[in-house]
Design a binder for this molecule. Structure first.
Ligand code: ADP
Length: 405
């Protein structure tokens, strides 16, 4: 006969004891875990909001020990105005109704100081749906909140500084236009009267006198040039580019035709590759290439006609159009020593005496400004005695152009 296994209905099956023991142990482990968490205040409330448990994080964040706080109402953590508006109980009500409540707000520590808290309240229900209480998890976000306030303040200060800067720019523009008109006028007078002096008192002033008058006139012409260049420079810095679709080949055709005379004089030529059409300010593009090409003509090697090559060196990205274009302007002129390559884009930087090569030293500073105001960059490289290469990188498309207005 087979062994009969007898079950005693009233006694627990041998495994059940072990299971409930292990459940109790795991509950205990879980309780210990929660109690030991220090970064979060985790505690239980009864259905009316009285505190039923407390952990190390709650003690650290709020300053009460478990003995002091268990049994007290959780509204003790709220600032008086929130208590007056019965906000604590409203939060429990929302959590009960919606299954969860979360907010960030000020809470009060035992010593009366406040901290910025992230609070989550979760209702706890029995299997039969009866509410047994709430779990409340609070994090102290004061540092993060203060950092974000500091960031906001810094942004506001930045806005203010920007406004001031715009104001200064407007003033500068005003100054530039006064400079251009009001300062040009006395210069014109200097020119006119020195001419009259030369014509009407030619004999009286003599050879030396005529030379002095010549120098007065050339100084006045130079000053007028400087004022005009300064005006272009400030115009580029104070006025945002008026972007529209610009065919760079058409721009260069115009520039080359404007420079026809100096090209003929030097026996020079400009070879141009097919160039892209990009979103840019047409006037500023013209100014950019005008400055670069006229420099290449001006700084040609003595006895060597200038040959200027303009190429599209945009690297083709795999499978599509590039976001930026790379245009290279290359000449066979005198070149630039490497140590000066950084300086040439700064205003008034010139590497030669005025007698050798005329100029005000603003041309490349304007080029740099134009390219940067378009969101691009310009750089130079050179082999002294062989030629210079200027590389311009410009975005092909901009979000909004004047054509969209
Ligand atoms: P400017 O031409 O009025 O002197 P720029 O700002 O246009 O002023 O140029 C600054 C300096 O950079 C020039 O004085 C010259 O020394 C050097 N430079 C510019 N372009 C070239 C070039 N293509 N070849 C050689 N030197 C150049």
């Amino acid at each position: 006969m087979a062994d009969e296994v007898k079950y005693n209905a009233s006694a627990a099956a041998p495994g059940v004891d072990a299971l409930s023991k292990s459940l109790r142990e795991s509950e205990e482990r879980f309780r210990l875990l929660v109690e030991s968490i220090k970064d979060y205040a985790i505690f239980l409330l009864d259905p009316d909001g009285y505190i039923a448990s407390w952990n190390a994080g709650a003690e650290r964040i709020k300053g009460y020990t478990a003995d002091e706080i268990i049994g007290k109402h959780f509204s003790i953590f709220y600032p008086q105005d929130a208590v007056d508006q019965e906000w604590p109980m409203k939060e429990l009500e929302i959590a009960r109704r919606e299954g969860r409540f979360e907010e960030e707000g000020w809470r009060v520590r035992k010593d009366g100081t406040q901290f910025w808290a992230d609070v989550v309240i979760t209702p706890l229900f029995e299997a039969n749906g009866e509410l047994v209480g709430f779990a409340k998890i609070t994090r102290d976000l004061t540092e993060r909140y203060e950092a974000s306030l500091a960031m906001q303040r810094a942004n506001q200060e930045l806005d203010l500084k920007n406004q001031e800067l715009e104001e200064r720019n407007r003033e500068l523009q005003g100054f530039a236009s006064v400079a251009s008109h009001d300062l040009q006028e006395p210069l014109r007078k200097i020119n006119t009267f020195s001419e009259l002096l030369e014509q009407e008192y030619k004999d009286a002033v003599g050879e030396n006198g005529r030379m002095y008058l010549d120098r007065i006139r050339s100084a006045a012409t130079r000053m007028s040039q400087l004022i005009n260049d300064l005006l272009s420079y400030t115009r580029v810095s104070t006025q945002p580019p008026r972007l529209r679709s610009v065919d760079l080949n058409a721009v260069i055709d115009e520039v080359v035709s404007d420079l026809e005379l100096s090209l003929t004089e030097t026996g020079g030529r400009v070879d141009v590759d097919p160039l892209p059409t990009i979103d840019a300010d047409p006037t500023q593009m013209r100014q950019l290439f005008q400055n670069l090409i006229s420099n290449s003509i001006k700084f040609h090697r003595p006895g060597v006609p200038p040959v200027i090559r303009i190429t599209d060196a945009t690297p083709a990205p795999p499978g599509g159009q590039s976001d930026t274009c790379r245009i290279v302007v290359e000449d066979n002129g005198i070149g630039i020593e490497e140590k000066f390559l950084d300086q040439i884009f700064a205003p008034f930087q010139r590497l030669h005496a005025r007698r050798e090569y005329p100029g005000t030293g603003i041309g490349l500073a304007i080029c740099k400004h134009i390219v940067e105001r378009h969101g691009g960059s310009i750089s130079a490289s050179s082999v002294p005695g062989e030629g210079s290469t200027f590389t311009i990188v410009l975005p092909v498309k901009h979000e909004a152009t004047v054509d969209d207005e």
